[in-house]
Design a protein around this ligand. Sequence first.
Ligand code: GLY
Length: 378
Amino acid sequence: MAVIPVDLAGRSYEVRVGHGLLDDTIVQAREFIEPYHSGGPSNRRKVPVVADRNARRLHGDRLSQSLTSGGYEIAWYDVEPGEGSKSWESLARLTDWLLAHGIERGDHVFALGGGVVGDLTGFACAILKRGCGFVQLPTTFLAQVDSSVGGKTAINTSAGKNLVGAFHQPSLVLADLDALATLPERELRAGYAEVLKYGVLGDSAFFEWLEQQGGQIILLEPKALEYAVATSVAAKARIVAEDEREMSGQRALLNLGHTFGHALEAETGFSERLLHGEAVALGMVLAARYSERRGHLSIDEAERVTRCVDAAGMMSDISALGLSCDGRTLVDHMRHDKKMAGGTLPFVLLRSIGAAFLAKDVILDDVAAFLDEQLQAH
Ligand code: GLY
């Protein structure tokens, strides 16, 4: 097992990455479970677990056996899979349920599933009685390497995704690598995009290792997988510890590939046509090529990023998406980005693999022209 500390004054916590952690929840998370044993109304004696319905079906028994072995029962709260559950209605239902369960400020709620459950539960816990604790039990690749760590929690509104939320850090993250064995291969590949991102943005040695070992990760080879997840989490933990609230620009580097990617997701209707990770992979290739166009990055390095995305079995050319729009339409999607400030949008670009920077002087018309070329080019 790898243990990665997220160092935040007074609110530090650990991300533990390893095999079989869900079976060991009673030991790993005992301090966050014990308060439920201390009596009170009978509903309060059960450990509250908010779970994606699929994650509960696939992993619920392991969690429940672990807790039962310590004499605890679970009060399950099921969440429908999908972004639709990150809504005001779901938030209201969940907070009502937690209040009815008698959650107190010192209590911890467990979130089992991917980013949707983590975000919804985290935000509910941020506002419940002005803040109670939560423990993340991420079961998707994307959630293990990205969304369960860092404390950003949010729901979607009719105006856009993640526009209402709070910074609220979990007290513990248990990333059980065994959970990844049940993921569809496409989802694994898409999650791998976020792993690749950490290499591209800040760690050229990790990127080189991924160039060699990427295939092993997608095949879930245990040692390679643990190293990849732990290294990704450590990279994120370092950045979050430096710039928890995205004030200094450090944390913004984690958005590498996301501005281009978000425009592609919006154009494809946030649908199965393009998964979030696939959009990030395409976005990273575009960020690398745009960096090259602006003279920051060598053609060679831009090609290495493209080859790594290719090798992971993801699309690396937007022309392959078959979009009928032009560059301007994609840029219009970017204009709704919550990072827009004073009419400009900061872009994460590359000086080399492992050296990302925030460019605040990007002209959106130039991006549109670049995208026109990319839409036709290959
Ligand atoms: N919860 C995801 C993040 O903080 O980045």
